[in-house]
Ligand binder design. Structure first.
Ligand SMILES: NC(=O)c1ccc[n+]([C@@H]2O[C@H](COP(=O)([O-])OP(=O)(O)OC[C@H]3O[C@@H](n4cnc5c(N)ncnc54)[C@H](O)[C@@H]3O)[C@@H](O)[C@H]2O)c1
Ligand SMILES: O=C(O)C(=O)C[C@@H](O)[C@H](O)[C@H](O)COP(=O)(O)O
Length: 572
């Protein structure tokens, strides 16, 4: 269940001793949002403690007070909400929880009683706590299971482990988001060498369809200003809608390869009464410079673009990153519509609001979070995309498979990657939709990368180091492919990942023709570049690694010999 933008991002339910407050604090800190506890809200409103309310007014009156407090929090609290153990008993509260992301923290009597004994008075467990807990769970378990959208077991586990599992429920694919009765989810370019096929359009035997194969799919990215990612065919009409009625001026930023499409969109916008101008920027990574941004600012100034006006970014990730940064900074932020035309742009760069440029110190080091008003992924664009760029985009799709949606890996493995590499194939469309859905769930929960969003950086610490070391001549997706193998080898060296999963990385990436090794003897340069990674804290390197497929975690300060082992394994 995605966060709707109002009300709590996540609600924890469960019996006393399940760890709702402790786990809630960790989850809230990772998401960068406040935690609210319904018991604390009742105490605030009543001006006395919960045990005192039970003693002087009885349980039924407490439940009424609690229901009022919960109703209020469900509409006003935009963070993590921990509900008192019996709050779900009120039928009105049960109904009000529908449509929210509710995680049932399940626990056995032994652990619950031990925790309660440590944490102080719980009126309902007085006397024989174990027997009272069992009785209480017999009555309440069916209710917890009915109202919850996911369940996580907490008995005998650390609060950190449980919190990681709870966060994973936010990114788990809808189809596998644990129904309450199931067990908790198990926890949530290459250089243009002579050997590489010459860039050219993807295989002519499989053109993109000219007629819509299926209606467009809309995937909502939630947050303060929710927006849709539209995936389908023949979607130019969507761009006009997203520019909105108020924008009288529209700047269409594009590289040379998209000049024809930019002109067609310009004509369409002009026909709708807008002053639309096209602005060609340098290709690929050479667009992501301060000079190019300054050129855009100059143009916006000359044409007097105001707060109601809009930028449309048409192109690959380099174009949307740079043009997004222009939109984020002009007048401190104007409307942005992303029209990604590469696979990588559709599944990753255009979604989530990260905009930015490169500097001498490293990749994407200057930028801003500036979510678009919408993202238009017209799959017909992929028909002209060079095969090497399609392949590179699949690296970010595979990344989503490893961090959150194993079905992506299965779809690639099913036919050795053949359908994934074919523009117009239903499999490629499903891969796009699944990867967008993963990204949407993550950035909807954590726009500003307070914690959870870091999982999208899987493979990127080493990838960005390759890109910088190679002067940005590698395709980003190719670097990410090698970076994921590096991360997998590092995880194995650090005791997180087993050999089978490491082999699976190479298998899936090689099936798609992606590189899995970096042969240059430049370890000191790579180490130096990794030291500028945004995930570094103090001078400690932090890597996203996997405990297993779908179980990302952070590895802090790996030992030099672990880094060396991973390096030795990707040197080819
Ligand atoms: N902001 C984010 O969250 C995010 C996420 C992932 C990647 N990125 C960034 O995205 C960039 C990589 O994006 P990319 O892989 O799309 O590369 P890109 O933007 O360089 O595009 C690749 C090439 O394809 C061409 N092209 C684009 N669309 C085409 C089409 N339909 N037909 C023919 N040619 C076309 C481009 O002109 C370019 O030469 C990197 O700078 C990376 O850092 C950002
Ligand atoms: O959206 C994110 O967050 C990501 O990390 C997605 C990455 O795939 C992407 O390459 C992004 O540009 C990297 O961001 P950065 O903050 O590491 O520069």
């Amino acid at each position: 269940m995605a966060h709707s933008g109002t009300g709590p991002r996540l609600i924890l339910v469960g019996p006393p001793g399940a760890g709702k407050t402790t786990v809630g604090e960790l989850v809230a800190a990772t998401l960068g949002v406040p935690l609210c506890d319904s018991d604390a809200e009742v105490e605030r409103l009543a001006g006395t403690t919960v045990p005192e309310i039970f003693r002087t007014r009885g349980e039924s009156e407490f439940r009424v007070l609690e229901h009022d407090a919960v109703t209020r929090l469900l509409s006003e609290h935009d963070g993590v909400l921990a509900l008192g153990g019996g709050a779900v008993l009120h039928p009105g509260t049960q109904a009000a929880l529908a449509g929210h992301h509710v995680v049932f923290l399940d626990v056995d009597a032994d652990h619950a009683v031990a925790r309660v004994a440590r944490s102080g008075a719980r009126p309902l467990l007085e006397g024989d706590p174990a027997a009272r807990f069992e009785a209480l769970m017999t009555a309440r378990r069916p209710v917890y299971e009915r109202v919850a959208t996911a369940r996580v077991g907490t008995g005998g586990r650390t609060a950190e482990d449980v919190a990681a599992d709870v966060l994973r429920t936010l990114v788990a694919p809808a189809s596998s988001a644990a129904p309450a009765t199931s067990p908790a989810p198990a926890a949530p370019q290459a250089p243009a060498s002579s050997a590489e096929p010459a860039p050219g359009p993807a295989p002519a035997s499989a053109p993109a369809p000219t007629a819509p194969a299926a209606p467009a799919t809309r995937i909502t990215v939630t947050g303060a200003a929710p927006y849709d990612v539209v995936v389908g065919h023949g979607l130019d009409g969507e761009v006009l809608d997203l520019v909105g009625p108020d924008a009288s001026r529209v700047l269409l930023v594009h590289p040379a390869a998209l000049a024809g499409r930019a002109e067609a969109l310009r004509a369409e916008l002009a026909a709708a009464g807008r002053t639309a101008l096209t602005h060609e920027v340098p290709d690929a990574e050479s667009a992501k410079t301060l000079d190019v941004v300054a050129g855009c600012w100059d143009l916006l100034g000359e044409r007097r673009f105001g707060r109601d006006d809009a930028v449309v970014a048409l192109g690959g990730g380099a174009t949307t990153d740079m043009a997004g940064f222009v939109a984020a900074t002009w007048l401190r932020g104007i409307r942005l519509v992303n029209v990604p035309t590469t696979l990588l742009g559709m599944v990753d760069a255009a979604v989530g609001g990260k905009t930015g440029i490169n500097t001498a110190a490293g990749k994407n080091l200057v930028g801003s979070f500036h979510p678009p008003a919408g993202v238009v992924c017209d799959l017909d664009s992929l028909g002209t995309l060079p095969a090497v760029d399609l392949r590179a985009g699949l690296a970010e799709v595979v990344k989503c498979g490893f961090i959150a949606d194993e079905e992506i890996l299965r779809l690639v493995e099913a036919d050795g990657g053949a359908a994934a590499l074919r523009p117009g194939s239903p499999v490629l469309r499903e891969l796009v939709e699944r990867a967008v859905a993963v990204k949407a769930r993550v950035v909807g929960a954590d726009l500003r990368e307070a914690g959870l969003r870091e999982i999208l950086n899987y493979g990127h610490t080493f990838a960005h180091a390759i890109e910088r070391t190679e002067g940005y001549t590698w395709r980003h997706g190719d670097a990410v492919a090698v970076g994921m193998v590096f991360a997998a080898e590092l995880a194995r060296a650090a005791g997180h990942l087993d050999e089978t999963d490491v082999r699976r990385h190479r298998g899936v990436l090689e099936a798609l023709g992606l590189p899995t090794a970096y042969g240059e003897d430049r370890w000191p340069d790579l180490l130096d570049a990794m030291a500028s990674d945004k995930k570094v804290r103090g001078s400690t390197l932090r890597f996203v690694v996997l405990d297993a497929v779908g179980r990302p975690t952070i590895l802090r300060g790996p030992a030099p010999e672990q880094l060396e082992a991973a390096w030795a394994a990707v040197r080819g």
